[in-house]
Ligand binder design. Structure first.
Ligand code: UD1
Length: 375
């Protein structure tokens, strides 16, 4: 079976890595990695391929940034040519980014079966671009790999036959488990933004209390007022505990265009740094006292690591991280109240969900092998 593995944006890379490693030299499944080029900066892409030991993709569609329609259309146009040239037997897409929906649509229209890893997650919020990507991808896929029972239930409710759904666990946790020791031993450098200087993480933070934070969702940082409220909260929090903030390119761009960068940079203990590589982020996250984020994947990693996680969103497509894990949803103007609770010892640790055990890639390959035999 010729299998295309699609990856385009940063959170995709840790999902494909465990599959690539286990499928290396497989006797019947031959994989080709297709990078769409949705993320292209060294710190958003190449660094992840290096640290996760993913071989350089043979095919890079190099689409770059653009509006949703243009980016999706460019991926579709370029991916269609690749499919026609290589004729894969199956296309495996992961997550919920624009590359996921674009490649699924192209494959299905060429009658190539599509399997979706991380199928069935729903936030119920159709204002989120990712929710549209999830709904459309799941409406047309042939095989569904899910991370939890509630994803299975969402798919069943939408009319997907049970025999197409496989709860396999969490590939992101495979990557975490596979790399925890390497991260532990890493000498992490925190490069300050807009400066050539860096702080050595092990010397300055490792043995003390600190928190880590990430923000990039349009709902938080595309609106100047919300962004301002968030900054007020972050400044106050940094007076209580050092806050390490790897700044996503989109967030930095908006801080500049809203003229908020000066105030954002004004607090001595709010450390604005360049985006971190996979191992570096893991090293910093794993010893943090708590995490503040609007990311999807970090809610899951925090749950596995049993670190309190404050997710600044109205909803989450990953409710299991709340019902079973260490996550809770908070409003932008209430972050500090929740931080205070944590600082006073009210810590939510939760437990690790079923099959989030580092063996998900093995389960997926087993299913793909059987699919292969049936063909
Ligand atoms: C995308 C995903 C989001 C995911 C996030 C992780 C969609 C709809 N969104 O959002 O689900 O959580 O990735 O990071 O697919 N940019 C760079 N360098 C890069 C990539 C982007 O500077 O390598 C800048 C560009 O100015 C771009 C902006 O960041 O316009 C946003 O990038 P984009 O890929 O459109 O969306 P993300 O916000 O990264």
């Amino acid at each position: 079976m010729k299998l295309f593995l699609i990856a385009g944006a940063r959170p995709n890379f840790m999902k494909i890595a465990p599959l690539i490693h286990i499928l290396d030299n497989h006797s019947t499944i031959k994989t080709t990695i297709i990078h769409t080029g949705q993320h292209y900066d060294k710190k958003m892409s190449t660094l992840f391929f290096d640290q996760l030991r993913i071989p350089e993709p043979k095919i890079n569609l190099e689409v770059g940034s653009a509006s949703h329609a243009v980016q999706t259309a460019k991926i579709m146009e370029r991916f269609e040519k690749v499919c026609i040239d290589y004729i894969p037997d199956m296309v495996l897409v992961v997550g919920d980014v624009n590359s996921t929906i674009a490649c699924s649509l192209v494959a299905k229209k060429l009658n190539i079966p599509v399997c979706h890893y991380e199928a069935g997650l729903r936030s119920g919020d159709r204002a989120m671009p990712e929710e549209i990507n999830r709904l459309v991808t799941d409406a047309i896929s042939d095989l569904y790999f899910t991370t939890c029972k509630d994803a299975d239930n969402n798919l069943l409710r939408e009319g997907i036959p049970a025999e197409k759904i496989f709860m396999v666990g969490n590939l992101m946790i495979d990557s975490l488990v596979n790399n925890l020791v390497r991260a532990e031993n890493k000498n992490v450098k925190l490069h300050k933004i807009n400066s050539n200087t860096h702080i050595n993480f092990n010397d300055h933070f490792k043995s003390d209390k600190y928190a880590i934070m990430t923000f990039h969702r349009p709902s938080n940082i595309d609106d100047a007022n919300t962004f301002r409220i968030l900054i007020e909260q972050w400044l106050k929090i940094s007076e209580k505990i050092p806050l390490i903030f790897p700044v996503h390119p989109r967030t930095l761009q908006n801080a500049k265009s809203f003229k908020l960068l000066k105030i954002l940079s004004s607090a001595p203990h709010l450390h604005l740094i360049e985006p971190l590589g996979y191992l570096d982020f893991l090293a910093v996250m794993k010893d943090s006292l708590f995490i503040i984020t609007d990311s999807g994947g970090i809610q899951e990693e925090a749950t596995y690591l049993k670190i309190p996680c404050l997710t600044v969103r109205k909803n989450t497509e990953r409710p299991i991280t709340i019902t079973e894990g260490s996550n809770r949803l908070v409003k932008p103007n209430k972050i500090i109240d929740n931080v205070n609770k944590i600082l006073y010892g009210k810590i939510k640790m939760g437990h690790i969900p079923k099959y989030w055990d580092g063996k998900t890639a093995k389960r997926i390959v087993k299913i793909l092998e059987n699919t292969n035999h049936n063909n």
